[in-house]
Write a protein that binds this ligand. Structure first.
Ligand code: SF4
Length: 115
């Protein structure tokens, strides 16, 4: 049975189809083929969210996974991040959580907060 999906690798957004033999159609480039195969066999996403921070200027710190993590781990990762409470100062790209949910991927800050 064929699965349909929109390629999210670039803004073109090709409409992809992949069959049970992992044959991909609808892609305008090789990256779409790779994306469709990964989406079927091991879907991953970059996690972007915020965590609580004690600071003079904000109460939320934006963070991001340094690499995509398996989709099945996103919920567990979010639960961990919901319990994080940092205190300023925080550097840009500082590790906020190491090896989140045993994915071997770190969560990094995406901004610097000095106080
Ligand atoms: S298949 Fe290639 S051109 Fe089409 S959306 Fe994906 S990356 Fe972009």
């Amino acid at each position: 049975m064929k699965k349909e999906m929109i390629c999210i690798v670039c803004p073109v957004g090709c409409h992809l189809e992949i069959d049970d033999d992992l044959k991909v159609t609808g892609n305008q480039c090789k990256r779409g083929e790779v994306y469709a195969k990964e989406e079927v066999t091991n879907p991953t996403r970059v996690l972007t969210t915020t965590v609580a921070i004690k600071s003079d200027i904000t109460r939320r710190l934006s963070v991001k996974s340094e690499k995509p993590i398996p989709k099945e781990k996103l919920f567990e990762a979010m639960a961990i991040l919901n319990r994080v409470w940092k205190e300023a100062p925080v550097d840009l790209h500082e590790i906020i959580v190491e090896n989140i949910a045993d994915t071997k991927v770190n969560i990094l800050s995406t901004r610097r907060i000095s106080k």
